[in-house]
Design a protein around this ligand. Structure first.
Ligand code: 5GP
Length: 181
């Protein structure tokens, strides 16, 4: 029986890098591509990083009941397509969702067998430095993201596992322990 893993972590914690490295070693795990109304960042591609939708398109998907879960994060909408998860389960594939903690807890309500993992930074100071180091967000966006960190930490107390991303290799090994056992 294949499993559904949900990985969350505050902005800038490096969860994208950890998941990318994990997938290089385990290409049979399927990462869901979410839909979002946020603006495309430099280097991002529609259909690979996200499906970038307009607000109206996103609302249409909500209306048609196409999302397994969706949430507002930092002023933008993000959602996981039901069809992706259903197809993977039909094809007997392990699934990874990289979503925020609110979304993760919603998935757990619908699918209690889902395994929730929260990626922690070595420290909060380090997290702020990483967020600023990306140079992808305005100061206002950074402030919004810092404010959401507190809520994310609160929500993460209900998660099944936490993994500290002090070094990418260590975090990938810790993920392997959870995902591949
Ligand atoms: P970013 O804008 O940095 O790509 O993502 C912002 C936040 O939205 C991250 O915490 C990310 O995990 C979360 N996120 C991405 N896709 C989804 C989704 O489909 N649903 C939910 N609930 N959160 C998502």
């Amino acid at each position: 029986m294949k499993k559904l893993f949900v990985i969350s972590g505050s902005s800038g914690v490096g969860k994208g890098t950890v998941i990318k490295e994990f997938l290089k070693k385990h290409p049979d795990y399927k990462l869901s591509v979410s839909c979002t109304t946020r603006k495309k960042r430099e280097g991002e591609t529609h259909g690979i990083n996200y499906f970038f939708l307009t607000h109206d398109e996103f609302q249409e998907c909500i209306k048609n009941n196409e999302f397994l879960e969706w949430a507002e994060f930092s002023g933008n909408l993000y959602g996981t397509k039901k069809s992706f998860v259903e197809n993977c389960l039909k094809n007997n594939e392990n699934i990874i969702l990289e979503i925020d903690t609110k979304g993760a807890l919603n998935v757990k309500k619908i699918m209690p067998e889902a395994i929730l993992i929260f990626i922690l930074p070595p420290s909060l100071e380090e997290l702020e430095a990483r967020l600023r180091g990306r140079h992808t967000e305005t100061e206002e966006a950074i402030q919004k993201r810092l404010a959401s960190i507190k809520l994310e930490f609160e929500n993460s107390k209900k998660f099944d596992y936490t993994v500290v991303n002090d070094r990418v290799e260590n975090a990938v090994s810790a993920l392997e322990e959870i995902l591949c056992k």
